[in-house]
Design a protein around this ligand. Sequence first.
Ligand SMILES: *Cc1c(COP(=O)(O)O)cnc(C)c1O
Length: 385
Amino acid sequence: MDDLSFLLNQLGEDRSSYFGAVSPPIIASANFRYTTVAEMAKAVSDEENIPLYTRGNNPTTDILNKKLAALEGTEAAMAVASGSAAVSMAVMSVVKAGDHVVCIQNPYSWTMRLFNEYLLRFGVTVTYVSGENAASYLAATQENTTLYYLETPNSLTFELQDVAEIAKAAKTKGIKTVIDNSYASPLGMQPAKMGIDLVVHAATKYLAGHSDCVAGAIMGSKAAISKIFYGELMTLGAVISPFNSWLLLRSLRTLEIRIERVSQTTQKVVDFLANHPGIAKIHYPHHPSHPQFKMAKRDIKIPMGLFSIELATEDPEKITRFCESLRHFLMAVSWGGYESLIWPALAYYDIRKGSLPVNLIRVSIGLESADDLIADLDQGLKHIS
Ligand SMILES: *Cc1c(COP(=O)(O)O)cnc(C)c1O
């Protein structure tokens, strides 16, 4: 395989076809013209690979797709409009009316909506499992189960699944597997190489990394991606814009150094927090206190920058004061960008009906210095004592 840096910076870029421009152009065109009927007929018959109309193939997006496939080690990839579009299109390409899905118990909130509300309208049912091993998936499997859905770890409470074991169990039963790999990113884990059929990403998070674009990606075999192209992509039309594809191409060039930096900073911040009396609990797969620490070390090659803490108080006023006193951490949803964030469960208390501890705060580490971030948390934690 080519070097990662070659892949991120060169793969798929054919500069001779655009004036030698070092940065590829944003081909902001909805349609593409042909001068012969024969050539147009060829494009019509192979819309996935030849530019005809940008809901299908677009040359800027095509460069991105080549890189995304190489990153995950799959035959093919498809950038789409959002992470949620990636999740729902991958799932809908597998299930049909009457099917049953076994899913990890706390997936991304809109993934849960997809199963609980949206797909229920089409007669698809779901069972949620703890998912730490294949046995939990197998025990929930029914005659009509066609999909195992994974997300390791989930992005609030960080429980992991044994990906290889679950993929293997699925194969013996002819059940397809889809995993949301947004947390680990392809640098941390390549689930297709562990036997997973379809890998999806909220590219909005680490892959884009600049909090300036919403995007998603689906990776898998040529046949599986082609099925989604002619099925879900062309009919539902959740296409990525050429501009967002270009932003992602730009972002991927720094993916490796961004993740390395975030990883180093996070370990320093986590060590500081784990020893602070103001913190009751830390949920971080790569911290020895995590119940699945060994599995995290085995499956996720680089410690990533997202974790949760529980403050040593349940007093909403003190939690509020902590959140509002931070100067380097922005209070916002999402994660994986250049900027450090906090996400207080307190802000979601009514919506989630208390399903999360009130003192839980998710932290996303960005590109600031570890010293600044630690000093900020240190002063913030004084507000809860
Ligand atoms: C954000 C997120 C999504 C959804 O991605 P969007 O680009 O916001 O649609 C899916 N899965 C996980 C784990 C996420 O964090």
